[in-house]
Design a protein. Structure first.
Length: 126
């Protein structure tokens, strides 16, 4: 099989694109097995353990839907500081579900302080 120089350049370019995509995906794989906050496309914010990630889809274990929080100015602060103890009563965190499939926009690793804070909020039920 003969390959022209142009075809060889195209093949090498495609290979380079594939490698770049794989490197980008590997950047988030370090979060597998870690506690994270996930902002999704259409179902809000979730906290739990990242089990799998494939493209924009992921599976979160022991997931808590974060419907409303108080005591953190942003999701970024929530992932680092959690909610302040005095503001926990104003939070609405749903009960834990064993597993949920999500489409993520943002995945934030959580600090020990944040994990303790989030898991310390009583589930909001009716």
């Amino acid at each position: 099989m003969e390959v022209t120089l142009r075809e060889l350049k195209e093949l090498l370019s495609d290979e380079q694109k594939d490698c770049t995509i794989k490197k980008e995906e590997e950047k988030l794989h370090h979060l597998i097995g870690k506690k994270v906050l996930i902002r999704t496309y259409s179902s809000g914010v979730h906290f739990g353990t990242l089990r799998e990630k494939n493209g924009i889809e992921c599976i979160l274990e022991n997931s808590i839907r974060i419907w409303k929080w108080d005591g953190a100015a942003s999701l970024s602060q929530l992932s680092i500081d959690g909610v302040s103890k005095s503001k926990e009563v104003n939070c609405k965190f749903a009960m834990i579900v064993p597993s949920i499939d999500l489409q993520w926009i943002e995945i934030l690793p959580c600090s020990k302080k944040s994990i303790s804070s989030i898991t310390g909020v009583e589930p909001w039920t009716v």
